[in-house]
Design a protein around this ligand. Sequence first.
Ligand code: SAH
Ligand code: SF4
Length: 467
Amino acid sequence: MPDSQKISEKQSEYMNLIAEIMDIRKRGEKPVAYIRTYGCQQNVADSEKIKGMLEQSGFEFADEPDNADFILFNTCAVREHAEDRVFGNVGALKNLKRKHPQILIALCGCMMEQEHIANRIYKSFPFVGLVFGTHSLHHFPELMYNALLDGKRVFERGNDDNLLYEGFPVKRDGTFKGWLPIMYGCNNFCTYCVVPYVRGRERSREKNIIVSEAKNMIESGYKDITLLGQNVNSYGKGLSEKVNFSQLLREVDSIDGDYWLRFMTSHPKDCSKELIDAIASGTHISKHLHLPFQCGSDRVLKAMNRHYDRRKYLEIINYAKEKIDGLSLTSDIIVGFPGETYEDFKETLSLIREVEFTSLFTFIFSPRVGTPAAKMDDPIPAEEKSKWFRELLDVQEEIAAKRCSSMVGKTEKVLIESENDKNGELCGRTSGNIIVELEGSKDCIGTFKNVKITKARNWILKGELVK
Ligand code: SAH
Ligand code: SF4
C-alpha cells in the first residue's frame, strides 16, 4: 500500500474518533465548524480539504463563529497586512472562548509555518488550542483529536517531509466554479517571497489523479475549473511519468463537456510557446493568461531573482497576443522593492502601457522575515511608495477602461456567477475573466449565457442577455 494511502486511512480513523467525541459532547446534535480563509486560492483549496475532513467527522458549517464548536483560521503570510488582519481577528475570539470554554480555536496555514509567529501565538493567545502549518495539513484529524481529547494545546509546524498526500476528502465551496491543485510548494526563491519557506519544495500530483478529479468535477456540474500551483509551468518535475504542464492542460481540455479551464500561476521564466499554442488551440481553455511580471526594470528583476528580463517577458506576451485571438492578460506587480528608484518604477508604467493588461493585482513591497529582500537597503519612504502606487492605479484604470470600451458591441460567452444583493443585477465573467453586470433571472446563476456588451465602466462591463 502506498504511504499516502496508509496515512489517509489512519487519518480516517481519527475522523471517526472525532465524530465519537463530538457526539458525546453535543448529545447527538451535529457539531458546527466555522472556517475563515485568508490569502490565495491555494489556501482556499487547502480549506476545502479541511472541510472535507471535518464533514467526514460529522461537522456542519456556519457562516459566523458565534455558535461554532470549532473555529479555524487558515492564514496567509505573503504580506504584512494579511498577518495583521489575522492577529486582529484572533484577538477578537477571546470573549467567545470565555463564554463557551468548550470551543476549540485553531490556526493553520502559511503564517503558522513561521517560528516567530507560532511563538507569538503561543505566548499572547492562550485561548488558541491548536496550531498547525501547511506541512501538517494531512495529519489534521490526528492533531484535532489530540487537542479535543484532554484540552492540552497542540502546536505542530516545520514537519517538512515533502511528501504528497492523496485520498483525502474535499468539500468544495462552489458548485460550478472550483479549484484543482496540480502541485504544491515552490523552488524559485524570489527574494521578496516567503512562499518557498512556508510551503516547501515543489511537488506535482500524478497526471491521472488530476485528470480523473477534473472529470468528476465536470460530471458533477463544474463550469469553471482552475488548475492551481505556484508555478504551474514547472509541473511534472520529479514524476515517474514524463509529462509537462502543456501536456497536462491538453489532456484535461480533451474531457467532453461545457466548461472553462483556467490555470494559475504561470512564471514568465518557464512560460513556453508550447503552452501558448495549447491555449490557442484548446477547446475549453479560457483566453486568459495571468503572467506576473512584478517590475518593468531589469535591474530590479535581477535583484528579485526572477530569471527573466523585460525583453523576454515581452517576447512571450507578443507571441501570445499574436496566437490567441481576444486574449486577456493580467499580472501581479510589486511597487517599491528595496532599491527601486522612480526611474525603475517608470519602466513598470511603460510596460503596462505597452502590454495593456485587462487588470492587475498590485502590491506595495512588504518585508518578510527570513527572505533576502527583508535585509536589503530600502531607502524610499513609505509615503513615496504610496504615491507611486496611486500613479500605477491611475494609469491602469485608463488602460482597463480603454480595453473594456473596445469590447462594447461584441457578444461574449459569460458564466453567470452571482446576484448583487443591492440592485438585483446579475454578475458574471467572460472567458478573459472580465466582470460583466446584466439584468436577468437568478435561475441563470451557474450557467453560460451569451451577453451583448452595451457599456464599459472602467474595468467592469455592462451587458444584456442575447435572446
Ligand atoms: N507564485 C506566484 C505568486 C505568489 S504570491 C508567482 O510567482 O507569480 C502572489 C503575489 O504576491 C506575487 O506575485 C507578488 O506580486 C506578491 N508578493 C509576494 N511577496 C510579496 C511581498 N513580500 N511584498 C509584496 N508583494 C508580494
Ligand atoms: Fe513566491 Fe516567486 Fe515562488 Fe511565486 S515563484 S511563490 S513569487 S518564490
